[in-house]
Design a protein around this ligand. Structure first.
Ligand SMILES: Nc1ncnc2c1ncn2[C@@H]1O[C@H](COP(=O)(O)OP(=O)(O)OP(=O)(O)O)[C@@H](O)[C@H]1O
Ligand SMILES: [Mg+2]
Length: 358
């Protein structure tokens, strides 16, 4: 087991910088998730840690070792790929054992490691099968097993669940979390799925255009997004983000609504400045009594079971609200919503940076 440190690591393909001065400290035993939209450089970052891609700049350490120029096989990390990359003509047992045989481990040791990994992953009964005789979820477990038998200093996983159907994804996700608790080895996990990031990570590193946007525990990104991008990316349904001008008070107008800005905890923008106001759909409630409210006409209604998601048309801006189940809500109705106190987010209108005081 080991920590992993990236110190201003960059990657350029030709003139294009796809990973830009990424610095990240992953603690020994930590589960770190790299999350971000397609093309933001997650896989490239992971591949540089694995040594499958050479970094253009910067330093990568695993434990006390500088591995920046080491070959992948000398880094003692195990990578799990989205497409499993199993040998099709070998049995599950031989897929698990292959790397160990290449390392010339003795037979008894190999057998012990394969059986142990198979037991941890619940695939003992599959050891004689070939990959084509497995479901996607089973193949993914074999791919995990192949990493596990190596007993590496860190696991690197690149979208390991994205070929699975929704149910299998949830189940395998829980298994990966359990596996991490059992082996306690550092894991770096790449996904574009914010739910996976939130549920698996000890910490989450949100990336965009090759740059880190924010690193922290999942709920810190949810509660205190550092900028508009993280605010929109983390949380589902997405945070409502509305452009507004600050007027003396200080307040902002959304349609006819006049919302007071928080008095504490933010660097208050001067009247006249442009901000982006953020409010999560789950932090809106149907207004009762006085107080700030946003009125509009219901455009869409999604009945989710215990909740009802409505899209409110407020002078042409759509504000989504995730409300307790209410079967009476219907398109065309006029309603008023109230933001829950202390749940407004304020971002700089130009840079998108949060105006919250850290
Ligand atoms: N070998 C390459 N040559 C040129 N450009 C590349 C190469 N590999 C990746 N890129 C570019 O680098 C950027 C980052 O790619 P990367 O695969 O790291 O993204 P990602 O965040 O993993 O995306 P996804 O979620 O789609 O897997 C992309 O714009 C991609 O087109
Ligand atoms: Mg990728």
């Amino acid at each position: 087991m080991a920590s992993i440190t990236l110190d201003r690591v960059s990657k350029r393909f030709g003139g294009l910088t796809v990973v830009d001065a990424v610095s990240l400290d992953i603690a020994d035993g930590e589960f770190m998730v790299l999350v971000g939209p397609s093309g933001c450089g997650k896989s490239t970052t992971l591949r540089m840690i694995a040594g499958l891609e050479e970094s253009s700049e910067g330093r990568i350490s695993i434990g006390a070792r500088d591995v920046t120029r080491l070959e992948p096989r000398d880094r003692n990390v195990a990578m799990v790929f989205q497409n499993y990359a199993l040998y099709p003509h070998k049995s599950v047992y031989d897929n698990l054992a292959f790397g160990l045989r290449m390392k010339k481990l003795d037979r008894a040791d190999i057998e012990r490691r394969v059986r142990r990994a198979a037991a941890m992953l619940g695939i003992e009964q599959l050891l004689a099968r070939k990959p084509r005789q497995l479901s996607g979820g089973q193949m993914q477990r074999v791919a995990l097993g192949r990493a596990l038998v190596r007993d590496p200093e860190a696991f690197l996983l690149d979208e390991p669940l994205s070929n699975l159907d929704a149910r299998m994804r949830v189940q395998t996700r829980e298994e990966i979390a359990k596996l991490h608790r059992e082996v306690g080895t550092s894991m770096v996990y790449v996904t574009h799925d914010q739910v996976e990031a939130m549920t698996l990570g000890d910490r989450v590193c949100a990336m965009r255009d090759g740059r880190i946007q924010q690193v922290g525990p999942p709920l810190a990104l949810y509660d205190r997004p550092a900028n508009r991008f993280v605010a929109a990316f983390i949380g589902s349904p997405e945070m409502n983000l509305v452009e507004a001008d600050v007027v003396p008070g200080p307040t902002v107008h959304i349609g006819e609504a006049v919302l007071p800005l928080p008095e504490h905890g933010i660097r208050l923008p001067a009247p006249g400045s442009r901000i982006t106001l953020g409010i999560r759909p789950e932090h809106l409630a149907v207004a009762d009594g006085a107080g700030p409210r946003i009125t509009g006409t219901i455009g869409m209604v999604e009945r989710l079971g215990d909740r009802t998601l409505v899209g409110l048309d407020v002078a042409g801006i759509i504000i989504k609200a995730l409300l307790p189940r209410d079967d009476a809500l219907a398109p065309g109705q006029h309603i008023a919503l109230a933001p829950m106190p202390g749940r407004l987010h304020v971002f700089d209108g130009e840079t998108g940076a949060s105006l919250a005081v850290p």
